[in-house]
Design a protein. Structure first.
Length: 139
């Protein structure tokens, strides 16, 4: 599961922007065979007088991403993924003149459950079934 926490000032995103951003996030991970329902985007509005960078109020977006379904051991692949995610965020951040900072946390897969079960192994038939159904299934 990629879990995205997107922190922003009020008025930064419309409801349509949020839907589009969440759809783009889901499409990114679905390309790699993850079930769409694994992708979760949570938008957190932070009052302007509570969002500071370097001690100054700023039009900024801060994103924290938790990767639970997949982890990358190869540093080159991690760097490539981080650049791809940066590019995914650009239309919602840099391209709008917003300061962006983000990080990715990789959480051990064996510490994650969904719908009361451990997720099926990565790339397995059961995971493909979950992706097709877009929901957890008994396996």
């Amino acid at each position: 599961m990629p879990l995205w926490h997107i922190y922003h000032r009020p008025g930064t995103y419309t409801a349509e922007d949020k839907r589009d951003f969440a759809t783009d996030i889901t499409a990114y991970y679905s390309r790699f065979g993850l079930p769409p329902f694994y992708a979760v985007a949570l938008f957190h509005e932070i009052p302007a007088d509570s969002f500071y960078v370097g001690g100054e109020p700023v039009a900024s977006v801060r994103i924290t991403i938790d990767h639970l379904a997949r982890q990358l051991d190869d540093p080159d692949r991690r760097t490539a993924m981080t650049r791809q995610l940066h590019d995914l965020m650009a239309p919602y951040t840099h391209d709008r003149g917003l300061h962006l900072e983000f990080n990715i946390n990789e959480v051990p897969r064996d510490t994650w459950m969904i719908a009361g079960s451990f997720p099926p192994p990565a790339g397995s038939t059961a995971e493909r079934d979950w992706a097709r159904a877009n929901r957890p299934l008994l396996y």
